[in-house]
Design a protein around this ligand. Structure first.
Ligand code: GLN
Length: 495
């Protein structure tokens, strides 16, 4: 291990139990890494160094045993659309300027109770709308593997922070791919749980029927540890599902996949998929086969409509959810308004960035009387067809495998003037949210240019155990997840 900032959660928990290091030492290493790489990466909107060190010391004083000892004292980053009591939560938007939540999101509460140390709040596309983290009102985050490229989005800050050793793991949110696509771009693991698996209480809503919070970490095993801590029923989110949370981390298995059938989605290997990505993903599927899995081809015939369906439903829900930002109740209020309507108009025009305004307009249009049936209702119907495709596929196979994104990270600025091109970054992830099923992205290689490639595994509803077991088996057989970005080395990580 070159540096304590590069530990996995598992290594952290084991090492701390053995007394190899304290939480305070690891937290200091993370803060030192932040000081060194943050001028380039810009993953954080806010770093709470003093509070983190204080929490680390508290964790060190606490008895090592506890209900979730794995996370006690572990430095974790939070995407800045998760409410944190007493700590500003911006959604990377000017409109939330000055907003300090009086409560913690359910996932933050749970991690706090587990003894996690919060390092800070990470950058995102404004209100989680985007695939590159360029839509942040506070500047873009850069990919630690190549700072001239995007880290993916919208959870690009969390992904870059994990990849660069600026935390041991992080939480993100995924409405159409925002955990998995940045995980793929930054060479880490990211899991979008089944809709209802994790409480959305305290997650600033983007598209409520699609949003889900999930773990982003260096390994699949670490995703299992984090998921176990944040999952479970919460009466404050009426879509959260009752029932026990499986001990995901204890059920990762021994790396053998006999009895598992993996489906290759024919449509995911069509035109538009970069050849290097296709090659790496096919190789990854062969590795799963070597571990004992059977592989067969399946079809998701309605998947081709998923981007269109998503951009009607997600924008419709967003236009409704974002109506609450009126310059009165939260944060930013424009100056010089003539009357109330003018105040709404000015506050919203000045407070929201261009992508958010575009989506509010699209969504409002799709929901307007006269167009509702043609757009919104039709999109809901096609959403059901997409879900039915998944249900049919999961009668034949245990999980699906394919690419996470059609290309590796693109250059900053390359797609910012072309929203449609940007929207296509999520072509392989969006249908998973529409169907409400879980999806895991994990590193499966690098392009010739040295950029990470993501393998996506998709499971049936509440099939997280199977997904994690397959992903873990893949990581036992490969070492892509152990690579660190050149930036981390070049800036003097002690070896
Ligand atoms: N990139 C997609 C969008 O722009 C998905 C974002 C997300 O998952 N939050 O809406």
């Amino acid at each position: 291990m070159s540096d304590l900032a590069d530990l996995t959660l598992r290594q952290f928990a084991d090492g701390r139990r053995r007394g190899d290091f304290t939480s305070e030492e690891v937290t200091r290493a993370v803060l030192e890494r932040i000081a060194r790489v943050e001028p380039t990466v810009q993953a954080y909107l806010r770093v709470d160094a003093e509070a983190a060190l204080e929490a680390a010391r508290r964790a060190d004083r606490a008895a090592p045993a506890g209900d979730r000892p794995a996370l006690r004292g572990a430095p974790i980053a939070l995407k800045d659309n998760l409410c944190t009591r007493g700590v500003p939560t911006t959604c990377a938007s000017r409109i939330l300027e000055g907003f300090v939540p009086p409560y913690d999101a359910a996932v933050v509460e749970r991690l706090r109770a587990a003894g996690a140390v919060f390092v800070g709040k990470t950058n995102l596309d404004e209100f989680a709308m985007g695939s590159s983290t360029e839509n942040s009102a506070f500047g873009a985050t850069r990919n630690p593997w190549d700072p001239s490229t995007i880290p993916g989005g919208s959870s690009g800050g969390s992904a870059a922070a994990v990849a660069a050793g600026e935390c041991l793991a992080a939480l993100g949110s995924d409405t159409g791919g925002s955990i998995r696509q940045p995980a793929a771009c930054c060479g880490i693991a990211g899991l979008k749980p089944t809709y209802g698996r994790v409480s959305r209480y305290g997650l600033v809503a983007f598209a409520s029927s699609l949003d889900q919070i999930g773990p982003m970490a260096r390994t699949v095993e670490d995703c299992a540890i984090l998921l176990e801590a944040i999952a479970g029923h919460d009466p404050r989110d009426s879509t959260s599902v009752p029932g026990a949370v499986p001990p995901y981390a204890a059920r990762l298995g021994d790396g053998r996949l006999e009895g598992l059938t993996v489906g290759i989605v024919r449509e995911f290997f069509a035109a538009g998929l970069d050849a290097e990505i296709e090659c790496a993903v096919r190789e990854a599927v062969r590795t799963l086969e070597e571990r004992g899995a059977r592989v067969r081809e399946v079809s998701l015939p309605h998947g081709k409509h998923s981007v269109a369906v998503y951009y009607i439903l997600a924008t419709a829900e967003a236009s409704s959810n974002l109506a609450r930002y009126d310059g009165v109740k939260y944060g930013f209020r424009a100056a010089g308004a003539r009357d109330l309507i003018d105040q709404y108009r000015r506050s919203r025009s000045e407070g929201f960035g261009p992508e958010v305004r575009r989506r509010i307009m699209l969504g409002t249009y799709a929901l307007s009387s006269g167009y509702y049936d043609a757009y919104y209702r039709k999109a809901q119907q096609v959403r059901t067809l997409i879900l039915n495709d998944f249900t049919a596929a999961f009668r034949e196979v245990d999980l699906l495998a394919g690419p996470t994104a059609p290309t590796a990270a693109f250059r900053i600025g390359e797609k910012s003037d072309d929203p449609l091109q940007m929207y296509l970054s999520d072509i392989f992830t969006i249908s998973v949210n529409l169907a409400g099923v879980p999806g895991l992205s994990l590193p499966c290689g690098f392009t010739a240019a040295g950029l990470p490639i993501g393998l996506q595994l998709i499971g049936p509803a509440f099939g997280e155990e199977t997904l994690l077991r397959a992903g873990h088996a893949y990581q036992l057989a490969t070492d892509w997840h152990t690579r660190r970005p050149p930036l981390v080395m070049a800036t003097g990580g002690a070896t």
